[in-house]
Design a protein around this ligand. Structure first.
Ligand code: GLN
Length: 486
């Protein structure tokens, strides 16, 4: 067992008790990166120098008897759409290839205040638009469980880094499934918190009413620890909620007796791969064995969530990405005739295919002749989806769904058919549309040994319930202990 194999809670105990030094921990994780990163390509930038400076600073504090925080000395990776002062933040786009923010995102300030050490920025789909990390301008990331397959996306680099032990934990962002889907594909734990629970300040916007930052970890205990660090009110984000702080580690209770789990039976009738379905059913049986009650529910409008998502998210994206005009910041074309030509060429050359597709779709659904038919209609359906969840949560504590209808697909398999790629999000997007919290936990493997995720969805701000059910499942199923052979 190497140090990099350990979880956040294991390594921080070793650091605290001085069984290991923080430098030793960093050496271990960077040596792991040296040996497997050439196969996985999870990172865009490594922040080695900065990490060692912080390691020495934290070690000195620890040696002089100070408390170094709940993540004291723990190496963590960050998706490359989250700003870190003086560190390149590219969003995996040519547009931001050389963008260096002059401030930290609030989540970075919080992680560092808890003693975490940021070791690098991870690869993603360009501007977080995608489900495979193939649309990154720089490189593709490979799934640690099968190098011919995608790690999922858009937080594919973060999930692959955690799953291959190149980071103890990572942050990702989830607009329609980008934390949970790669978590399912790579066998990590991924959570999309309730909208408003985690600050979006300093996170590059994709679709502002859906975006939420969350952790990817090796187990549910680590999830609670990282959440403890990043959750909290932020006056710099007007959508941030001001709630009393919760210690999420208190939810790590191995007990689901009397918990009611809702099963939206008609939503999963068609289109789910039989092996995924089997693993999902086995997981529910396990939870039943452990004392949970499973009740059938109806999410009648959930089947419209995907169409709603691709209207609302593209509309918001087209507006958010208007700021990349070749003038304020980001890529600027070299030769141009006039101002309009400068805008056009900078955007044509700076954005990739998928981003352009979304900007065009978004502009279309917002245009005067189509606004009522698409955007306004989508907002109405959004309300129906929210009401649907509210009603069903009167009958259950959490709702269970497979995280994805399939396991990780082969690289290149879906790049020519965007609709097929969009369908992978069918079970994750309703959660963002309704602003709810959801977690994906490893729940099995298919016959190709590819990981499968169980998704649990909770009422708003009930991360507690999700952690309790996920923890109980994990402790009794133990899929999280499996590691890929790289
Ligand atoms: N795969 C979805 C999309 O392409 C979700 C992306 C995300 O959550 N950032 O929009």
């Amino acid at each position: 067992m190497e140090l990099y194999d350990l979880t956040v809670h294991e390594i921080r105990e070793k650091i605290k008790s001085k069984e290991v030094t923080i430098r030793e921990v960093l050496d271990s994780v960077y040596s792991r990166i040296d040996s497997v990163e050439n196969k996985i390509k999870a990172y865009i930038t490594l922040t080695k120098e900065y990490a060692y400076v912080r390691a020495d600073m934290l070690q000195n504090k620890l040696d002089s008897g100070e408390d170094i925080g709940i993540l004291g000395g723990v190496p963590i990776a960050i998706k490359d759409n989250i700003c870190i002062k003086d560190v390149k933040t590219t969003c995996a786009s040519k547009m931001l290839e050389n963008f260096v923010p002059f401030y930290d995102a609030t989540v970075i300030e919080r992680l560092e205040a808890s003693g975490a050490i940021i070791i690098g920025k991870t690869n993603m789909d360009e501007f977080a638009m995608g489900s495979s990390t193939e649309s990154s301008y720089f490189e593709k990331t490979y799934n640690p469980w099968d190098l011919n397959r995608v790690p999922g996306g858009s937080s594919g680099g973060s999930s692959a880094a955690v799953s291959s032990d190149m980071a103890f934990a990572a942050l990702g962002s989830d607009t329609g499934g980008s934390i949970r889907q790669p978590a399912a594909y790579c066998s990590t734990v991924g959570m999309k918190p309730t909208y408003g629970l985690v600050s979006r300040y300093g996170v590059v916007a994709f679709a502002s009413s859906l975006d939420q930052v969350g952790p990817l970890t090796k187990d549910v205990t680590d999830m609670a620890l990282v959440l403890n660090s990043i959750v909290g009110h932020d006056t710099k984000d007007t959508t941030s909620v001001n709630l009393e702080k919760i210690d999420y580690t208190k939810c790590l209770v191995n007990d689901v007796k009397d918990m009611v789990i809702g099963l939206p039976i008609s939503f999963i009738k068609d289109g789910v791969n039989p092996e995924v379905k089997k693993a999902f059913e086995n997981s529910l049986n396990k939870l039943k064995e452990l004392g949970a009650n499973v009740v059938e529910i109806d999410l009648d409008y959930a089947k419209y969530a995907l169409s709603t998502y691709y209207i609302i998210s593209t509309a918001e994206a087209s507006s958010n990405l208007g700021r990349y005009d070749g003038i304020k910041f980001g890529y600027r074309t070299e030769k141009f005739d006039d101002l309009l030509d400068l805008y056009k060429k900078s955007r044509t050359e700076g954005f990739g295919e998928e981003v352009k597709r979304r900007i065009m779709l978004g502009t279309y659904v917002l245009s005067s002749g189509y606004y009522d038919a698409y955007y306004k209609k989508a907002q109405k359906v959004r309300t129906l989806i929210i009401e649907d969840f509210n009603n069903e949560f009167k009958k259950c504590d959490v709702i269970a769904l497979p995280t994805t209808p399939n396991t990780a697909f082969k690289i290149g398999e879906k790049t020519t058919n965007p609709l097929e790629m969009y369908l992978e999000d069918i079970y994750t997007v309703p959660v963002n549309i309704a602003g709810l919290p959801a977690i994906s936990v490893p729940c099995g493997f298919d016959t190709n040994n590819m990981p499968i995720g169980l998704q649990l969805i909770g009422p708003a701000f009930e991360e507690k319930k999700l952690l309790q059910v996920a923890y109980t499942f994990e402790q009794n199923a133990e899929f999280h202990k499996m590691k890929p052979v790289i």
